[in-house]
Design a binder for this molecule. Sequence first.
Ligand SMILES: O=C(O)CCC(=O)C(=O)O
Length: 301
Amino acid sequence: MPTIVAQGETIPAERLASFEDHSALRGDAAALQAQLADGGYLYMREFLPRDDVLAARADIFGRLAEVGEILPPVGDGIYSGASRRKEQVADLGAFWKSVCETWSLRRITHGPRLYGLMSAVFGEPVRAQDYLFLRPANRGKSTNLHCDYGFFTRTTESVLTAWIALGDIPVSEGPLFVVEGSHRFDDIVASQKGFDVARDTHRTAAFNATPLQFVEERGTRLLTRDFAAGDVVIFPMFTLHGSLQNVSEQNRVRLSVDVRYQRLDDAVDERYFGPSPTGTTGIGYGELVGAKPLTEAWHIR
Ligand SMILES: O=C(O)CCC(=O)C(=O)O
């Protein structure tokens, strides 16, 4: 078992388990819905075409190579240790928006394959938010423990996140983890109800506990695994999650994207839709960690 680290702590084997592969349920809407309700997530191994995913990866890392952050060949995603982004780019938010609008990325996040899966999971026509959370994370970085509820439920609670591996992401590169059974923790659900990250600024989305502290207190486990390009994890707004820490010895940058889907008939939260979405806090793509040069530190989002 490779060393698995979250927020500086090594996670012992007894606090870890692998995502189960639910690919066999594809095409069976009732089974997908039952599995999501029961387990709090769906994991679809190599769901999106590898070539499409690697094309998006090359395009995105190509943009980061232009600002001196990624070394050639760009598909390897090796961090240069430097950045000229601030010197070369007049507006970091506009730069990141343009990267997030990359056609090969949109083909994945808004294409028929994921749309079809999400329609089956919702059991009716759906729509995807236009605003994307594209995440390059170099060594040392991770996303703290949180739920998505406070970000995306202003107009409907019936929202699902799809997290997509944009390349092969071994656990050493800091992929997604989910806290097993957390969608059923009544106290967490109660604490999230009515929470709005942008309005309730006295609290943050991130939990104070580290992932290890949390799973030890609750007697549960972190679910994660070595991801392959095109793997998709789907989870609802109460499922606790975050990312492992990138501890890549090769300085490989973890690249993933997360996008939210909702029912077509539900009211939309205008912050995440349209040609120029304002994002959670109102400043557009500039508020995302992806908009920061890789040389800068960040936690959560
Ligand atoms: O990829 C990450 O670092 C975190 C993902 C996440 O928070 C999400 O998909 O909602």
